[in-house]
Ligand binder design. Structure first.
Ligand code: NAI
Ligand code: MG
Length: 332
């Protein structure tokens, strides 16, 4: 895969252009601040009142010294419209406030391909459509930029009406410091499918259920909940840190031989070949759009199942005992 650095990108492609950051949340605030610090002309498109309450993101953008407009005004004024709203709102907000300003010469941009890949947004063919995405949470992204470096990123081009879409994407990536760390060039589909697969099979879905089952088996057998919490949740971070630093072999070299032997003989019995088969089914549901379709229906209905699951998790003993334990460890 091609990895691009500062020398491969030219910020001059943003000269004279205004970028509207639509949505001043986690990513919106971090990206807007980095772009502005790199002397890019940035305005913010936000909603002053959200769900009958004043929107704190509107105030935050003002407090951070940006020119803040309603989303439609910002879309009208800007050359590059970079949508950083939660993915499930891209479609409705685009249709209601952005679509009519997507005219030739403009660029539509995002940091996750979901809404474009699953056709929540269908941009006209005369605009450029790009993705510029950090491979990092927003807080780390801003910290790395302020430290004079950057986090790794992805760029992709979906539509290149102007012949300059890739230049624009790389210029934005450079201005946010991503090309200092390294930028991978991919397609919208690769980014979207891989991202969804990772989060629902390994990183979030996957690991969370492993921790919960481990905790349930220990506590149901009469072991103390506090000890179970340390065993199957707290220590996971220490193990993952070792894997992150030096791969699985580094972790294996540091844990005991007994732990390593247990990993080889028992691990494949717990996570067996049937898990791999179900992962393949999950990938299929991601690629054929059925996962996205169900999630958009859930979102349209006000997320009743999401809210019920959130509530059930809050009531799970691993969360209750965890809260108590973490309070003991907090620096007072
Ligand atoms: P967020 O949850 O921080 O929300 C951004 C803003 O959207 C909020 O501040 C709010 O003012 C506005 N908003 C929320 N609901 C709205 C509605 N119904 N109508 C109009 N405005 C509304 O979003 P976040 O997490 O920054 O994600 C933005 C984009 O960046 C998404 O496409 C996401 O996939 C992508 N992304 C996020 C990462 C992260 O670390 N959070 C990492 C990489 C990509
Ligand atoms: Mg992800």
């Amino acid at each position: 895969m091609n990895i691009l650095h500062d020398k491969d990108a030219d910020q001059a492609h943003l000269k004279g252009k205004t970028i509207a950051i639509i949505g001043y949340g986690s990513q919106g605030s971090a990206q807007a601040l980095c772009l502005r610090d790199s002397n890019v002309q940035v305005i913010i498109g936000e909603t002053e009142v959200l769900g009958s309450k004043p929107n704190p993101s509107w105030k935050k953008a003002k407090d951070d010294g940006f020119e803040v407009f309603s989303i439609d005004k910002a879309a009208e004024k800007a050359d590059i419209i970079h949508i950083l709203l939660p993915d499930e709102y891209h479609g409705p907000v685009y249709k209601a406030q952005i679509a009519k300003y997507m005219v030739a010469g403009k660029t539509l941009s995002c940091s996750h391909g979901f809404s474009i890949v699953y056709k929540q947004i269908v941009p006209p063919s005369e605009v450029d459509v790009i993705m510029v995405a950090p491979k990092s949470p927003a807080t780390e992204e801003r910290k790395a930029y302020l430290a004079g470096f950057g986090v790794p990123g992805l760029v992709a081009v979906k539509q290149d009406a102007s012949g300059k879409a890739r230049d624009t994407a790389l210029a934005m990536a450079k201005a946010m410091g991503f090309t200092r760390a390294g930028v991978l060039e991919c397609t919208f589909e690769q980014e979207t499918y891989e991202d969804l697969f990772g989060e629902q099979n390994v990183l979030c879905g996957g690991v969370v259920d492993l921790m919960k089952y481990g905790f349930e088996v220990l506590t149901e057998a009469g072991y103390p909940a506090e000890m179970a919490y340390f065993e199957v949740l707290h220590e996971l971070k220490l193990i993952v840190d070792l894997v992150y630093e030096g791969g699985i072999q580094k972790m294996n070299a540091i844990i005991s031989n007994t732990a390593e032997w247990g990993e080889y003989v028992n691990g494949p019995k717990i996570i067996d070949a049937s898990v791999k088969e179900r992962m393949k089914e999950s990938l299929k549901a991601i690629e054929d759009g059925s996962f996205a379709q169900k999630w958009m229906e859930e979102s349209k209905n006000g997320c009743p199942n999401l809210l019920a699951k959130r509530k059930a998790l809050a009531d799970h003993p691993i969360e209750i005992v965890g809260k108590k334990i973490r309070e003991l460890f907090e620096k007072k």
